[in-house]
Design a protein around this ligand. Structure first.
Ligand code: HPA
Length: 252
């Protein structure tokens, strides 16, 4: 059976079950973020990769997304669950909610966004109309039920911004007009690289602030970091439930 890959964002540290560290982070694309840990949760092999490194070394625009996804696949991962904290743009979303997005718009630039696989059959083009894998999204929604104290929100469009700065109010108004419900900095090119590699990919997005201009005053970074810490035990519980669910349904 394949392993489940968890890409931890700023709001999730390694689950304690995953004790074995994978030292070799080298890939054809350079070094993956690390340390990577592996272990078993609910009978299923799980690989945990901290997107920003430990201690935090890589800002969203300097993460080596290609190396990370390649490394996960090399570790027998076939399903990737990405954690990514977000700001809320849609007025009915609030800090404490957990969104399972179904769409995204990519506003990033200058990130290496393709593996450029040298394979005769590979034209460089592939379908990406649904950027998140449907059955994996369903699993996340099933697993998240009842674990979350905030709302578990099915669907939403994630606007991926370049960072590391947060957005201006005008930028958020534009994202809102474009149809974005939430904003974060990390799901691209992660999601499309996963697709290029043939991996299933879905995301869990804790809302940790109202986006610029959507709340009262400026984005309060201290409050946002505090909320991430409050969220962490719940996220861990959801991750454990996901592993149980995927094992019970014995997905490949
Ligand atoms: N903007 C971009 N990324 C984020 C935000 C935000 O408001 N909150 C958490 N990650």
């Amino acid at each position: 059976m394949s392993a489940i890959g968890i890409i931890g964002g700023s709001g999730l540290k390694r689950p304690s079950e995953l004790e074995t560290s994978i030292e070799d982070l080298a890939t054809p694309f350079g070094e993956a973020s690390g340390p990577i840990h592996q272990g078993v949760i609910a009978g299923r092999e799980v690989i945990f990769l901290p997107r920003h490194g430990v201690p935090r070394r890589f800002a969203p625009h300097s993460v080596n997304y290609r190396a990370n996804l390649w490394k996960l696949k090399a570790c027998s991962v076939r399903q990737v669950i990405a954690l990514s904290c977000v700001g809320a743009i849609r007025p009915d979303l609030h800090p404490g909610d957990l969104v399972v997005p179904n769409q995204l718009i990519d506003y990033t630039y200058g990130r290496k966004n393709s593996l450029d696989l040298e394979d005769d059959a590979h034209t460089g083009h592939f379908d990406f109309s649904e950027p998140f894998t449907l059955h994996l999204r369903d699993m996340l929604l099933f697993a998240g039920q009842g674990v979350q104290s905030g709302r578990l929100v099915d669907a939403g469009c994630y606007g991926v911004t370049q960072g590391p700065r947060f957005e201006t109010e005008a930028e958020i108004r534009r994202l809102g007009r474009d149809g974005c419900d939430i904003v974060g900095m990390t799901l691209m090119p992660e999601a499309s690289l996963a697709r290029e590699l043939g991996l299933s990919y879905a995301a869990l997005c804790p809302v940790v602030n109202m986006a610029a201009g959507c709340g009262d005053g400026a984005v309060d970074i201290e409050a946002l970091l505090a909320l991430m810490a409050v969220f962490e035990p719940e996220l861990l519980a959801v991750v454990r439930r996901i592993c149980e669910t995927l094992t019970m349904r014995s997905e490949v």
